[in-house]
Unconditional design. Structure first.
Length: 326
């Protein structure tokens, strides 16, 4: 009996179409990611210029708990305003947090003159006592701690292990601080979880620049890498998808077109529409929305990234790749 050649069933039209669609979707995702990163870098470039100016013109005073030190805050403001009037400096802007008074002077020259007055010639012991010392870069102003995340951490890697590795790395960088580290809930299906932490700018240099955001650690069976991401995502409403604070939410909206009359699985519109930027072609939750990217760049300014990370093209490109976009 003659040997028969093995038969191969021809691929169906449905399988061919599915393969084409999958490749098209992969190309679209890759193209979108390139566009997202390019647009973030462009938005960040403008924000970096503003941020450099802000940091150089700002001075910070420690006031303790605001409720207990309103009188101290008032005295500091009165003293600074009196000095600006006497020196004919531009009007300063004041902002208080829970434990600090932040003063943005009208110019860098005004800020330097005020610091010199406080350090060398000021008879105001109160002002001198509450002035925070300069940062290593010479500025008197620090942003919020940077939030980093590590996703898909296995249950065999303990939080104490991760904290120990972080601390062993950042202690080599002068002034580096790990403020907080938290364990997330484990996914019941794959037993993985997200570990988050808050760090200052010097620790960011140690973990995300020197180590490229890749942290080797020993698991139960072998050595694995933890991949760190930076979380600077602007807040977005889960109901109407509006970015940022809005006192009155209109209610649950369709994630595809933004309409309030139906849900996404009932949407019959073929074209996606974003109510944040009022443009068709993408949804309000898509990270390549121009409005979202603009708000993301503003959000990055709130955190304690070293100024050269924002202004140096190579370092800012690395930051953009490290961002957690979803």
């Amino acid at each position: 009996m003659a040997n028969q050649a093995p038969s191969h069933s021809a691929p169906s039209n449905e399988n061919i179409l599915s393969s084409i669609l999958e490749k098209a979707n992969n190309i679209e995702r890759a193209t979108n990611l390139i566009a997202i990163r390019t647009n973030i870098k462009e938005a960040l470039r403008e924000q970096a210029r503003i941020e450099r100016d802000t940091r150089n013109k700002t001075i910070t005073f420690s006031i303790g708990k605001q409720n207990d030190n309103n009188s101290v805050t008032g005295q500091l403001i009165d003293t600074i305003q009196a000095w600006t009037n006497m020196s004919m400096s531009g009007p300063p802007a004041f902002r208080t947090t829970k434990d600090q008074l932040i003063v943005q002077m009208a110019s860098v020259a005004d800020k330097l003159a005020l610091v010199e007055y406080v350090d060398l010639a000021s008879p105001e012991a109160l002002v001198r006592r509450h002035l925070l010392p300069p940062n290593p870069d010479g500025t008197h102003f620090s942003r919020l701690p940077i939030k980093i995340e590590c996703n898909n951490v296995g249950e065999d890697i303990l939080l104490g292990q991760i904290q120990g590795i972080f601390e062993s790395i950042i202690h080599k960088e002068e002034g580096a601080k790990l403020y907080d580290i938290k364990d997330g809930k484990s996914n019941p299906r794959n037993k993985k979880r997200t570990v988050s932490a808050k760090i200052n700018g010097a620790a960011y240099v140690a973990l995300m620049i020197n180590m490229n955001g890749v942290i080797p650690i020993n698991g139960a069976k072998n050595r694995v890498n933890l991949y760190l991401r930076v979380n600077c995502r602007p807040w977005q409403c889960n109901n109407c998808f509006t970015i940022g604070y809005h006192p009155q939410c209109p209610g649950k909206a369709c994630s595809n077109c933004g309409a309030l009359e139906h849900k996404a699985n009932e949407c019959k519109k073929r074209t996606r529409y974003c109510k944040n930027c009022n443009h068709a072609g993408h949804r309000a939750r898509d990270p390549h929305c121009a409005k979202y990217l603009q708000e993301l760049a503003k959000e990055i300014r709130k955190y304690d990234f070293p100024i050269n990370v924002l202004t140096n093209s190579e370092l800012s490109a690395a930051l953009v790749k490290q961002l957690q976009l979803k």
